[in-house]
Design a protein around this ligand. Structure first.
Ligand code: ZN
Length: 545
């Protein structure tokens, strides 16, 4: 039978979710404690109990809107919500994903992926209530060593459903179930919703529903915090992974599927039905590695990376290396004899002391010796009598050198900052001198420099023009702002002038950008001549310099 035909058959016979399981998911999902604003009563969504001020007086007075609280009736942590607000059922408040396994006939195992939403609802004048909705987002079936995944498309807009007499409301507007050829982890929400998708899920009742199905021995209840469907996909192909878990290597298997490491290693012989042959280990190795807490994966690496060593040597030295494989070669070279000498030395170092020196410590010591230009050909340096003490000394010596380097760098930075400050000071003084020279008097008018950037901004505000925006460039010397004043009122804004760094008058603006009066025009004419005197000389001076 083709896989698609089998998929269609399985879909035909796919059971509905048992109501009791749905209710159990709802019970496990996060809940609210809805309380009256007058603190007369509260209702816990987790246990369904109404708490009155008669029984739980003290409790009601500590309730705070949107704060978590432990229900004194059922002990669950719930979120307190004051029911004076109006709530809409369309807004998702809490959600949790669940997987419900179900046994079918002939060892078939079905799985429902259910997303439970816990929302709040309140109509005007009615007490608020919790409303649970669910959506079955994916279905899986496992049969005859094959995995089948089914999904649905959303065909309509979401139709809001308001509470009635039943406890559950299903999401509507979804198409019929369709077989998906790619076997992946479940999707929990319609794509493109634009918010964070919670991909974690809780498996309901772990192993119980798997009895009699093809997943009965998959040891699912021993594995947690892993993408379970990835694991099941692997299990359907290689059910003998069960033996590895049964041996107690649950952490190792969990690690393979956790998603952040390399996955299932390639060296395991999955064709074998004997766990020793699968792992390439004999009974002695299996027992001894277990006693030393060496995983089969680490043991495989040890044997691969230490080909010249005997099994007993490997067992003896394994803990010194702690999966730093490159380090052994890096410290002792490729020759087995040199490696053995180093490991023997390390082993001796740890004898009779509580302090353990590992290969990584030795590697650090060698690196420090190199940085300090010590002669590593000298056996006293290469294999110090007390490695821990020698390592401490090299680390201290390096720290001292680094501290000195840092101090020198800091002194350099300080000197540079001082030079920069002096340079800036000089430039500002030059600018001040130039601006003093730019002051001018002509008949009843005068031209003066602003006292500060604030004065420029005030000038712009008083005359309703935009000179305020020039304050920063003026301060940096990129242009000069000068004030034109009546001589008897030097502080009253009259006209404002911008002069370029070349000494050209760029603009003269009065109240609301009005044009200069005849008197001001005469002033400007005289001033232009005066500027030519100052800036012309400057340019000449620059040319001759
Ligand atoms: Zn409760």
């Amino acid at each position: 039978m083709k896989k698609t035909e089998k998929a269609a058959m399985l879909l035909q016979s796919f059971p509905e979710i048992p109501k009791a399981d749905l209710l159990e998911c709802q019970r496990l999902a996060p809940h609210f404690m809805l309380y009256r604003s007058d603190l007369s009563s509260a209702r816990c969504g987790a246990c369904g109990k109404t708490l009155t001020d008669y029984d739980y007086d003290d409790f009601l007075f500590v309730l705070e809107h949107k704060k978590d609280i432990v229900c004194p009736e059922c002990g669950r942590k719930v979120t307190a919500v004051c029911d004076k607000y109006r709530y809409s059922v369309e807004v998702e408040r809490y959600a949790q994903n669940f997987v419900i396994f179900q046994a079918g006939e002939n060892g078939v195992c079905y799985a429902h992926c259910v997303r439970i939403q816990v929302n709040l609802h309140k109509e005007l004048g009615e007490p608020a209530q919790e409303v649970a909705r669910y959506e079955e987002t994916q279905r899986y079936a496992f049969a005859d060593g094959q995995c089948y995944r089914f999904g649905r498309d959303r065909v309509n807009q979401l139709i809001p459903i308001y509470p009635g007499s039943d406890s559950f409301y299903a999401r509507t507007g979804l198409s019929e179930w369709k077989y998906r050829t790619r076997m992946t982890e479940p999707t929990w929400d319609q794509p493109g919703m634009g918010y964070f998708q919670d991909k974690t899920y809780t498996i309901l009742d772990d192993a119980e529903p798997l009895k009699g199905t093809c997943l009965q021995y998959a040891e699912i209840d021993k594995l947690d915090q892993i993408p379970m469907f990835e694991y099941i996909k692997f299990y359907m192909k290689h059910p003998n992974i069960e033996y590895i878990i049964k041996l107690g290597y649950t952490d190792m298997v969990r690690h393979w599927f956790a998603g952040y490491c390399a996955g299932v290693p390639g060296w395991i012989d999955w064709k074998q039905n004997d766990v020793r042959r699968m792992l390439g280990m004999d009974s002695y190795e299996l027992r001894e590695t277990k006693a030393r807490e060496i995983t089969p994966e680490d043991w495989h690496m040890i044997r691969e990376n230490m080909p010249g060593f005997t099994v007993n040597e490997c067992l003896k030295y394994a803990h010194l290396i702690r999966s730093c494989w490159g380090t052994l070669e890096g410290c002792a070279g490729k020759q087995t004899e040199d490696q053995r000498r180093l490991l023997k030395y390390l082993h001796r170092q740890n004898r009779g002391t509580h302090r353990q020196m590992y290969l990584s410590d030795y590697s650090d010591y060698i690196r420090e010796c190199r940085e300090l230009h010590y002669d590593l050909n000298d056996p006293v340096i290469r294999f110090p009598r007390d490695l821990a003490a020698a390592h401490e000394r090299t680390a201290e010596a390096l720290r001292a050198i680094q501290a000195e380097r840092a101090a020198i760098a800091e002194a350099k930075r300080l000197k540079q900052r001082l030079r920069d400050a002096k340079k800036l000071d000089k430039e500002l003084r030059k600018l001040k001198l130039l601006r003093d020279r730019l002051c001018f008097r002509y008949e009843d008018l005068l031209i003066r420099a602003p006292e500060s950037a604030v004065e420029i901004v005030q000038e712009g505000a008083a005359l309703h023009h935009c000179v305020g925006g020039y304050a920063e460039r003026h301060a940096k010397g990129a242009l000069h702002i000068m004030f034109i004043r009546k001589a008897d009122k030097p502080d009253v804004p009259y006209y404002t002038m911008e002069i370029s760094t070349e000494g050209k008058i760029v603009q003269v603006r009065g109240l609301r950008n009005c044009n200069p009066t005849a008197a001001v025009k005469a002033l400007i004419a005289a001033y232009t001549e005066y500027l030519a005197g100052i800036f012309g000389k400057q340019q000449k001076a620059r040319k001759t310099a």
